[in-house]
Design a protein around this ligand. Sequence first.
Ligand code: 6PG
Length: 221
Amino acid sequence: MQVVHSSDFVRDAVKRIAEASFAAAGGPFRLALCGGQTPRAIYEALAAEDLDWRNFIITFGDERCVPPDHSDSNYRMACESLLNRVPIPEENILRLKGEMPPEEAANIYERELRQRSGDEVFSHDLILLGMGEDGHTASLFPATSAIGETDRWVVANEVAELAACRLTFTFTLINAARRVLFLVKGERKRELVEGIARGNGYNYPAAMVRPHEGSLLWLVG
Ligand code: 6PG
């Protein structure tokens, strides 16, 4: 795994996302957004870039089980910081429907992806991921059922520590990506990344992200 420590985290993240979009060379650019707070400033800076937005196809690596206008919604955060500011066609934004019964929302989403990729696993050009201080990524939390899922691409995942259900990509979908970019900020998380890089992070879900053929980069701010 490649780890890059950045003194200009937002700028470096925007640069790498833009570069990945250029590599799509006028074809569809399948980009999975991550949630939480870290990416907000990155999305705001990305919105100012002159990119081929009409070629972007946006998915969400995970979502809270809340309506799209809820303050916890990753979709709402992405709209406020990016999607409401750039001309991505509405039909190219595939929202995880957090307001629906979770299992149904996960099944519908997986069907949408399968319709676009057939039975080959849907391969993103770039998946953005964050990491929590417990080593979770997307909504793949330690000791939750989604960790062991190998057939499905999108599942509903009960997270006891949050007393909540989440919708999340599985490792099957994540590891089929051409590129994965972790966006991680903060001293505690920096230490976690170093542990994972040394091979000591074996029990962290984030350490299970190993794209089969794609690249993996950890950008640490
Ligand atoms: C979410 C995310 C989650 C997030 C990490 C880091 O829905 O919360 O997808 O995996 O990336 O929890 O969150 P922060 O960036 O807020 O620290």
